[in-house]
Structure formats: C-alpha cells, structure tokens
Design a protein around this ligand. Structure first.
Ligand code: UN1
Length: 511
C-alpha cells in the first residue's frame, strides 16, 4: 500500500534497494555497521545504510584531496554552471525529495517541498555568486604600487547537519562552497541518512554528465565520523548545525588545531506582542512558529512576551487556534502538526513540561502524547502552551518540541530585556504598528539576535540573507549575503611596478 507515493518517490530517487531492506553502500567506501532509518510518521523501517568506517573515511578524504586539485582550477562561473544544473535536477525531483524529507523526518509535505525549494533557491543564488566573488582594491601609501585582495578556495569543507533540515542546510553550505572552489564532505544526521543518499544520487548524475572527477561531493555516515572530521587538519572549515552541547565540543576540537567553524546551534526565539500589534497577524506568526515542524526548527518560536493590556485577548485567540490544530500524518495536507523525530524527543518534551510545572508554570493548553489509530509510531504529541517566567531554568533552555511559554510585560524596554535574557541569540521578532517600538527593537539597544523581524514570526527565513545567531547559537553565518567569505581564504596582494623599493611606514633602510 503506497497511499502517499513513498515507494514511488524512493524509486525515482534511486533508493529502491534501500527500500527492500537490503543494506546499500552510500558510496563505494562504506563498509561499516548497519544504520536503520525508521519513519516517525508510522514507525516503519524505511531502509538501511552502511556506516563509514575509519578506513573508509580515509579513502573518502584521499579522493576529496585529489578532486580538490582539479576542482579549484575550474573557473568559478563554470563551477556555477554545474550548480545551475544541480538546481535543474532538484526542480525535476522536488516532489520526490520533498516527500522523502516529509516521510523520513516527519515534517509536513508542504514543508518538505519548501525545504527542497530552499535548495533550489540557494543554487540560483550560488550561480549568480559564482561571477561575484569580489575582492576589494585599495590605494597603496607607496608610489607606483597597487594593492588588492583576492579570495581563494580553502580546500575541503566538512558539513555536519541536523535531522530537522536534512537536505536544505547541507545545500546552503555546499552550493556556496562549490562555487567558491572547495570540495565537501557531508556527515548527515544518523536519523535521516536516506535523504542524504537521495541528494548524493541526484548530484552524482550532474557531476558524471560534466565529467567531473569523483570526490567533489562526498558523503560519510555514522556519528563516529564527526570527530574524525573535527580532528582532521585536512579540513580547514567545519560547518556544524546542531545542539549547543555538541557545538561546544566541535568548536573546541576544531579550534585546537586552528581550524575554522561555522556554528548554527540552539535558539530560544521569542516574539514580542505589543499592545500595538495586529492580533490576526500575531496568530499566524506565533502558531506557525510554535507548532510548525512540530517545534523542531532552530528558529521555532519558544516564547511569547505579551504586553499586559493585550495578554488575555492573545491567550484567548491562541487557545481557540490550538483547539483547531489537527495532529497526524504529515503527508496528509489536512494535518497541521506531524510527529517528533523519535521517542527520545517525545521523552524530552514530556520532561520539559514536567519541569515547567515544577518550577511554577501554569498550563494554558494541555500537552501529552497522542495515542490510537494513526499514531502507532508513538512520536505524536500535542502542542502545548505554558504560562511561565523567563528566568525558569526550563525556559532558558531549548527543547526541540512544540512547547510555547507565554509571559507578560509592562513596557517595551522590559520586553526587550526579556527577549535578550536567554543564553541563545538566533531569531527574534516584534509584532507592532508603532514606529518607535519597531525601530528601538531593531536598533543596537534592541534585539541581540542574528535575526530580528518586524510583523513576521521567528521562523521561515529566506535564503538570501545571512543565517545564524549570537551567543550560544555559535556566531556562524551561512546561506546568503556575504556568508560565502567564510568558505574562502583572503589574500592581500601588493605589487610594485616602479623601479624603486620604498618601504612602508616611511622606513629608510639605506646601505
Ligand atoms: C534550522 O532550523 O536549522 O528559518 C534552519 C527557517 C528555515 C531554516 C531553519 N529557513 O526556519
């Protein structure tokens, strides 16, 4: 029974063998233990893949090193043209890949398709970028001298991605790195390995058609590969998306060998609901932010900071919206909320609610695990709302689940202090039609986050902007704007075209 066309999608993505339950090598070098992928949608085994052993990893790295030698010499606009073809291939596979993302990760089909759209968009962005890797020129203080900067590729970029955006976050890093002239080694989450194999299959076709040698696009699977990458001096840049706890370890390990990192870690994102807010807009922004992707985006809305004069009204409309939410199979467009990734995540959700209650939180919308027909995977939970204090320990932490904490404020300065009063600094937003409040929120006296929005929720950022956040979110930026600079090394060049050799700073050195 293939009601939602999963088998068909997997066939199109070259995952037939995986689906038959036979283990399939991710690439010719995977010989390790078997990793099974279960769908949180119905609890069924989707397929098995083999992990990359330390020996396999070595072969992957050698292939990558070899490939880098020729890839970096391909002119950037030509590399861009290959990324353009990848974008075309993704367009052709959007339905299939979107469906697999939805089935393996558990997000709604709409969001699965949206994630593939982000991949297509970053391809388009990268194609344009491939002709715009600009360096500055500057005036030398010495006569008949020219100074300028160029950007060179850095080598092998390691991408360690999370389960919640199993394909898009990889593409933000990789498409940019490729036009920059780097080659990539990708370690996807062990919870969503099939999405990664599907991407590898899509991309391999394009590289083959263009006669590009193997090793520009590499995949390694299994958590043990993480530390192999972190400790590997052949990888000058590791881009890591995941928890603050693991991010701290990645940061230290890579810094120890003077490697660079791009860290996209936890968020604890708040919306300030001003007394000047349009409540209908708040409703869409806050509910999508809190329950979309079952609260498993790093940009998910975790806290609502509501002006005391509109508090009761806001709670009322939220309660009635939550009462209408349909929880169920995310491939069915009638449902709003899909499952959490696994039972471990369900336990974390239950523990967080318990902890919030112990700390004095008041339940506004009751949570709990959903049981019965259609919920056999045990991963479906009810989105809940808890009235809490910002300083509660549980409110200060990120729980990857649909739990929304609500709290009151009295004046805008207090609201901004509450919004900033957490260890994380990813996304933030204010709903207001008051120009002074809005500008204050966006000013340096306002939000301390990497993303600050007005009359838009905290999640759903476009790829064109630089994405990332401050404090325990890790400080990294990826995707649009000039985030590409992290994937290249900067070289300052000074050329003397005169017949004298004057020294800088006016120093005389005659002999
Ligand atoms: C993430 O959750 O890791 O802004 C990335 C958003 C998405 C990306 C989230 N464009 O919600």
């Amino acid at each position: 029974n293939d009601q939602f066309g999963i088998l068909d999608a997997m066939k199109h993505l070259g995952l037939e063998e995986v689906n038959n339950g036979t283990s399939t090598g991710l690439n010719s070098f995977s010989n390790g233990r078997i990793i099974e992928s279960y769908s949180p949608v119905n609890g069924e085994l989707i397929g098995k893949v083999k992990a990359t052993t330390a020996e396999d990893y070595e072969k992957v790295m050698q292939t990558a090193q070899e490939a880098y030698k020729s890839w970096k010499l391909v002119p950037a606009p030509k590399r861009g043209d290959i990324v353009r073809q990848i974008g075309e291939e993704l367009r052709a596979n959007k339905e299939h890949l979107g469906k697999l993302v939805s089935y393996e990760m558990g997000k709604s089909l709409q969001e699965g398709l949206g994630e593939v759209q982000e991949m297509i968009d970053i391809c388009d962005f990268a194609v344009g970028l491939s002709r715009q890797l600009y360096g500055l020129t500057m005036h030398s203080e010495r006569p008949m001298h020219r100074m300028y900067e160029q950007w060179h590729p850095i080598g092998i970029v390691g991408v360690i991605s999370a389960f919640n955006f199993p394909v898009a976050v990889w593409s933000w890093n990789t498409m940019i790195a490729w036009v920059c002239g780097d080659v990539c080694v990708w370690k996807p989450s062990s919870k969503t390995p099939l999405c990664a194999v599907a991407c590898q299959n899509i991309i391999a076709k394009v590289f083959k058609a263009n006669d590009i040698q193997e090793g520009v696009c590499n995949l390694v699977v299994g958590n043990e590969c993480g530390d192999l990458m972190n400790n590997d001096h052949r990888i000058p840049l590791v881009s890591f998306t995941g928890s603050t706890r693991i991010g701290r370890h990645v940061s230290k390990t890579v810094a120890e060998r003077f490697g660079n990192t791009i860290l996209e870690l936890g968020g604890n994102n708040a919306i300030i609901v001003s007394e000047h807010a349009d409540i209908n807009m708040v409703l869409v922004g806050a509910v999508f932010g809190a329950v979309g992707t079952a609260g498993q985006r790093c940009t998910s809305t975790r806290r609502l900071i509501i002006h005391e004069s509109v508090y009761d009204k806001t709670i009322q409309v939220l309660q009635s919206a939550y009462a209408q939410l349909k929880i169920g199979n995310p491939l069915d467009a009638a449902n709003h909320v899909g499952p959490l990734i696994d039972k471990g995540a369900v336990q974390d959700y239950l523990n967080a609610i318990e902890k919030a209650k112990q700390e004095g939180g008041k339940i506004i919308v009751e949570g709990g695990v959903v049981e019965g027909a259609g919920y056999e995977s045990g991963c479906y939970v009810k989105p809940c709302i808890i009235e809490a204090k910002n300083e509660f320990e549980i409110v200060q932490a990120e729980t990857f689940a649909p739990i929304l904490y609500v709290m009151k404020y009295n004046n805008i300065e207090e609201a901004i202090a509450m919004q900033n009063g957490v260890p994380q600094g990813l996304s933030s937003s204010i709903f207001t039609n008051n120009m002074r409040e809005m500008e204050l929120f966006l000013s340096h006296a306002g939000s301390d986050c990497g993303i600050a929005n007005v009359n838009i929720g905290t999640s759903g950022a476009e790829i064109g902007g630089a994405f990332g956040g401050e404090k325990e979110t890790g400080g990294g930026r990826e995707s649009g704007s000039d985030a590409w600079k992290a994937y290249m090394r900067r070289q300052t060049n000074t050329i003397n075209y005169g017949s004298q050799l004057p020294l800088a700073q006016g120093i005389k050195f005659d002999f």
